[in-house]
Design a protein around this ligand. Structure first.
Ligand SMILES: Cc1cc2nc3c(=O)[nH]c(=O)nc-3n(C[C@H](O)[C@H](O)[C@H](O)COP(=O)(O)O)c2cc1C
Length: 350
């Protein structure tokens, strides 16, 4: 209902309204779901469904979004300095395809504003991660990422290094091993140095679904060697499957939603088979039902995130996924969600 109403507005104003409404979400008694508890690199989560990066870029609404039922919210992508992003139009609904294309280009208010908002939060209430990027005109991207870690290591519950947005020229080049290894090494050291006592926020890397298998394998090796904690699989795709029907299908940018489900889940499964439990995996891309969330979990994800599904299904989607997950665990004879993690892999990683 709400999702349909908001879709009467152009995409960006609709997003602004959704954020404003989320901030007003009233506190609701949360039903405990002991079978669905999970953890991500040591971070305890009440259930596996989180909100993906890009929805609350400026950390304005995470408290309300947690009240809507998400187990965790990833704010950002945030860059050191505020920047306007690309000129509009830059967000397109592909309604016929249950998809979006965006080329927002990291529009955000910058690290100071986001840090100030995170500093005021009640840490007892839900898990908030921060997704870190670089300014479009940055002369030194490594320094940008480092600044993000330094500013937010004490304020966020986990950190994500975003080297996979298709909308900042050159950013995806940081996925190449010769660049990625020093980057992740430096960021892991900065995280260790800046974290408060007893609180070391897990450091994850968000990857594109468009890597060829060799590049993906090399990236996983670097992630394992540099001892980061996990991978977020995946960001939006620059591919345009021939099945797309919407008039907006040729817009430049990253495609998300239904058409991303199959390729992002295939990437997750490959990465899970390579890492076999040594990295925490967060599954993202095209989740709009319990079945799809469950497929990501069976493919090796300890938790999942969604964005486009919220646009088409509205906030009731989270509860429907959780109810459905409990039914699917019953159907397959799993006592707990943790038992289903990686069940589709040849060597389950439990
Ligand atoms: C409008 C929009 C903005 C996004 N902005 C970001 C971002 O700033 N940083 C990021 O890591 N991912 C961003 N994403 C990607 C999502 O976090 C997610 O990886 C992707 O949309 C796939 O999930 P979905 O199919 O559930 O939407 C954005 C996605 C959309 C649709």
């Amino acid at each position: 209902m709400l999702a349909e109403l908001l879709r009467l507005l152009p995409p960006e104003p609709a997003h602004g309204c959704a954020l404003a409404l989320a901030r007003l979400a009233p506190p609701r008694p949360v039903r405990e779901r002991p079978r669905l508890t999970t953890s991500l690199a040591g971070l305890a989560l009440p259930h596996p469904v989180g909100l993906a990066a890009g929805f609350d870029k400026n950390a304005l609404a995470f408290a309300g979004l947690l009240r809507l039922g998400f187990a965790f919210v990833e704010v950002g992508t945030v860059t050191p300095r505020p920047q306007p992003g690309n000129p509009p139009p830059r967000l397109f609904r592909l309604v016929e395809d249950r998809a979006l294309i965006n080329r927002m280009g990291f529009n955000n208010e910058g690290l100071e504003a986001v840090a100030a908002r995170l500093a005021r939060r009640d840490r007892g209430r839900g898990v908030v991660g921060a997704n870190l990027g670089v300014n479009r005109d940055s002369p030194d991207p490594l320094a940008d990422y480092l600044l993000g870690v330094e500013k937010l290591a004490r304020l966020a519950d986990y950190l994500v290094v975003n080297v996979s947005s298709p909308n900042t020229p050159g950013l995806r080049e940081w996925q190449r091993p010769e660049r990625l290894a020093p980057l992740l090494g430096a960021l892991a050291r900065a995280r260790d140095a800046c974290a408060g006592p007893g609180r070391k926020p897990p450091l994850l890397l968000k990857i594109a679904p468009d890597l060829d298998e060799r590049a993906e394998a090399e990236l996983v090796e670097v992630a394992l060697e540099t001892r980061i904690d996990g991978l977020v699989v995946a960001n939006t795709t620059t591919a345009r499957p021939p099945s797309l029907r919407s008039p907006h299908r040729s817009e430049a940018g990253g495609l998300s939603g239904d058409p991303l489900f199959a390729p992002s889940t295939a990437a997750l499964r490959r990465v899970a088979a390579r890492t076999r439990g040594r990295l925490a995996l967060l599954g993202v891309g095209g989740i709009d039902s319990a079945e799809r969330a469950y497929a990501k979990i069976r493919a090796g994800a300890r938790a999942v995130q969604l964005y486009t599904g919220l646009v088409y299904e509205g906030p009731g989607l989270v509860r429907r996924i959780l109810d459905g997950l409990e039914r699917l665990l019953d159907r397959d004879g799993f006592a707990n969600l943790a038992d289903a993690v990686g069940a589709d892999l040849e060597t389950p990683d439990g």
